[in-house]
Design a protein around this ligand. Sequence first.
Ligand SMILES: Cc1ncc(COP(=O)(O)O)c(C=O)c1O
Length: 477
Amino acid sequence: MQNKSTMTAFPERGASRADVLAALTDHRAKDLKSDGQAFAFVYDAGEELRELAREAFASCMGINGLDPTVYPSARKIENGVVSACLELMHAPEGAVGTATAGGTESVLLAVKAARDFARKTRPEIKQPKMLLPETAHACFHKAAHYFGVDVVVVDVDEQFRASVADVKAKFNDDVILIVGSAPSYAHGVVDPIAALADFAKEKGVLMHVDACVGGCVLPFMRENGESIEAFDFELPGVTSISMDLHKYGFAPKGISIVLQRNRQLRAAQYYACANWSGYAIVNATTLGSKSVAAMGAAYALLHHLGREGYRAKVRSMWDATKLLVQRIDDTDGVELVARPDTNLFAFRTTDGDVFELADRLTECGWHVQPTYAFGRSPAHIHLTIDPGNAGRAGAFADDLTKCLRDLPAPIEPPAGVVAMLSQLGETEVDPEMLMEQLGIKDGQLPHRAADIHRLINAAPPDVRQQLLILFIGELFS
Ligand SMILES: Cc1ncc(COP(=O)(O)O)c(C=O)c1O
């Protein structure tokens, strides 16, 4: 391949197959590995299933999900996957669903459907609102932003579950949707879905359950004998559910499912356009042409693993979670932020610097997710357990104990830089200079990132948002 310095962005002459593949391998060198050391981002069920997913993905690569009349396989595969999810979620007769590209898209579509359904059935509402627990995933705020729905933030209790009392207090005639998580990402706790769904039904509004994380976990925990309260269509007030197959379905990225209790609701999610001179458009999701490859992989995994296979994976993840929770309970200097209902959770330091602890864990070879303080939730370290890291839970806990030795007390970030950050948005800043000051080079956080995390943690959420936008703008051409 051409020498990097002489390589042009769009080469005149093509390189060999081996060279272009080698270039991609090279680009991937610093990526997070699925090697059992990652406690965030990775949902990996092992090489054998990865291999199956790869083959299934490749076999479906040429399918365009834009038009199922031309690609009947797109319809067959989607119906297969959606039916399995409907069954898992105790869907009643008449319930339907759609495959989407991810949890965010499933949530976007649930909110869009709620808005358009309200436009049709409750035209008196001029400015629709949704009641959203403080712990709900950020993609609901994105959906609100995209579709012009106001967010009314709902308080959570000391265990980070949505407060039903606050939902009742904040309810008004403009509310079109109530949201609950099963579970929330940060703390792994399930909201009081039954009480929220009862209230939604009583008021005649829609209720979305975000089971992006729990959809492929909670049903199998229940089948394994854990006591899991109803959170899905078993509850008559639940009108839609999102569940990600690219998380605990173990499929590659690009596949989630949104389920609706009936066809009328799903019709409000669809979009059709005949107002142009080209082919007639009807889209079930936000995309036009779309890949079906990840859906094909999900189909293969779901049928290959079966309920039995998922039960075994879920059991190993839950055992590892219990082990880690116990070790955190037994270790001085750390505590759970909330007691998790599922296999992901947050823990904090009681007297040491949490970001220094995260750096030390990174130096031991672990990938963890340092998370900033927001609302009731303190700065913490988030852990997501998957079948890949489950077997390493004991080793992680041993390193955690080591890393806590002589951990310094919480360190204040430099006041001058905090003050500079607080002016973001008011004064013009040179993003390149700012990144340099923060120690971010080539879009890569330094190996020790505690200084940066402390600064961002000290900034209010709107400043954090502006900083993130500057940061991502610096990453891409
Ligand atoms: C509870 C929950 N909902 C929605 C999402 C968004 O999913 P995605 O990243 O697939 O868009 C996530 C992602 O972690 C999540 O945890």
